[in-house]
Design a protein around this ligand. Sequence first.
Ligand SMILES: O=P(O)(O)OC[C@H](O)CO
Length: 226
Amino acid sequence: MIDPVSGEHVDDLFRHGPLAARLPLLSPGSLGDEQRAVYEALTGGPRADGRGGPFGFMDGQGRLLGPFNAMLYSPAVGMPLQDLGAALRFRTAFTKREREIATLVVAAHLRSDYEWYAHERLGRRAGLSEHELDALREGRAPMLADARERLVHEAARQLAAENDLADAVYTEAVATLGRPALVELVTLVGYYAALATQLRVFRVGVPDGEPAPCWPEPGGGRASAG
Ligand SMILES: O=P(O)(O)OC[C@H](O)CO
């Protein structure tokens, strides 16, 4: 979409401002007790250990990047929010590929640069191929041999695009995944949509020095990365 005043692509506007211009990064030394507890849950929890992932969520001064800085501003919400994210990352019944397919569908649908940046790396580590990642980034269905993965993709796509599931997909999801996993999937889509909204509102981009993803133009071309 073109901004009528500046003539720039609106999606690109979010990339050009200084990182976290709207929500200054909080230094570890400035945190109160409740903020410190959230900080320690994030930096001492599963995201930070060997299973945590290959993406940057802390800068050289120990300040949190991505959606995690915002969690410090409201520890009352930030603490359960980070724990919900950890539950979705580490404690569901999904395979890593299934989880990252669903997450990347949301990131691509909402064109969330940081979310894509982080989960593209997690998806690659979970075994998603470059073809599969390209298809997900471009909003296409990847060629998935596994029936469960195809269902996770279609359900996540429908949830992200329509905030609902049609009866046919719902029925197939219950039969294939089971009700507990379907509850987890609906929650996962809502969680990453919430983070993507925060990232957008607070103008949080990818970490310094990392390339932003190339989103497709509405007509089928590629938007330039900022
Ligand atoms: O809750 P996580 O661990 O998936 O982290 C948030 C993402 O990295 C970015 O949206």
